[in-house]
Write a protein that binds this ligand. Structure first.
Ligand code: HEC
Length: 283
């Protein structure tokens, strides 16, 4: 494939940036992820001009967010997303290619100035980024630690907990839309919201591994017709239509494919559908 003009622009941008650190104009205008020639994400310095999604306070789950925080000094986590991705989400309920998030972690303080109760945000304690780009990353998404003065960062290896926790618990396509109040309704309306991820006891709901052979697709309804093997305790062997949690699977599944998925007590949705064997071409 011919390199896209945007890609070339990104490369020029990256070189320009390292060559002339004072090139503030281009550095201020980043709207899509930029990569250096060796595949590092250029830290987007202007993310505070993007769309603000929400702040979590004192949430415990992540390696950086926990470190150094105390009960008296819980950390804020401010989430920003690039404007083109946000606009696309409002139309489709999911994230397009070249989505980039920044999670900015800030310390907190109280009794600052006239403040008596509650917390205000103080200095930056770290920053992480997350990019969707299926050309670069086989799993579509990659995570980066862009804390400090680093101008660019390599992807965090895919064995890191970022990938598992986001993949399993994010309500929309690897991301925690369940915590972004302005997006929840859009995702529900578009049918992209993974309700399971937000069930209070989702971790304790029993899950099963599902195996089956695809017999048909109905992308409009978000369902697959599958001849499923028996899942002990969940369903007998039978052919039926199942909803899927993530409509993007329709892009790489066709009738005849063997799939596996995760299924849960209390719903009939196929989660995390994966093709295990492509249909053998007819002789
Ligand atoms: C145990 C679960 C968990 C792990 C592990 C985790 N995260 Fe998250 N992440 C979250 C939650 C929950 C949010 C919701 C935002 C918040 O903090 O308010 C989030 C939000 C984010 C966001 C904002 C975009 C989004 O997906 O919603 C980024 C960027 C991010 N995390 C980066 C990382 C990186 C980098 C790592 C690994 C170093 C990581 N996370 C590990 C749970 C996790």
């Amino acid at each position: 494939m011919m390199p896209k003009p945007r890609l070339i622009a990104a490369m020029l941008f990256a070189f320009g940036r390292f060559g002339h650190a004072q090139n503030a104009d281009s550095a201020e205008q980043v709207q899509v992820p930029q990569f250096t020639a060796d595949g590092q994400l250029v830290a987007p310095k202007n993310y505070r001009e993007w769309i603000f999604l929400s702040s979590g306070l004192g949430m415990t789950y992540g390696p950086i967010s926990g470190a150094g925080a105390t009960d008296d000094n819980p950390r804020f986590e401010n989430v920003f997303v690039n404007p083109p991705a946000y606009r696309s989400f409002l139309k489709t309920g999911t994230w397009p290619e070249d989505t980039i998030f920044v999670l900015e972690i800030r310390s907190s303080a109280s009794q600052v100035s006239i403040n008596k109760n509650g917390k205000v945000q103080t200095e930056v304690a770290g920053a992480e980024a997350e990019v969707k780009n299926s050309r670069r990353f086989p799993g579509k998404w990659a995570f980066f630690d862009i804390s400090g003065e680093a101008r660019a960062a390599k992807p965090i290896p895919t064995a890191a907990s970022c990938y598992t926790c986001h993949g399993q618990n994010g309500a929309v396509d690897n991301t925690f839309v369940q915590f972004y109040p302005t997006l929840i309704e859009t995702a529900r309306r578009m049918g992209t919201f993974h309700e399971q991820a937000t069930a209070i006891h989702s971790a304790s709901l029993k899950s099963y591994v599902f195996h089956g052979k695809v017999e048909g697709l109905n992308a409009a309804e978000g369902s697959l017709r599958v001849n499923g093997d028996k899942v002990e305790g969940w369903m007998d062997a039978m052919t039926m239509n199942y909803k899927v949690d993530d409509p993007s699977v329709f892009g790489n599944i066709k009738p005849g494919d063997a799939i596996t998925a995760t299924v849960y007590d209390e719903d009939m949705v196929l989660h995390k559908v994966r093709v295990v064997a492509k249909e053998v071409t007819q002789k």
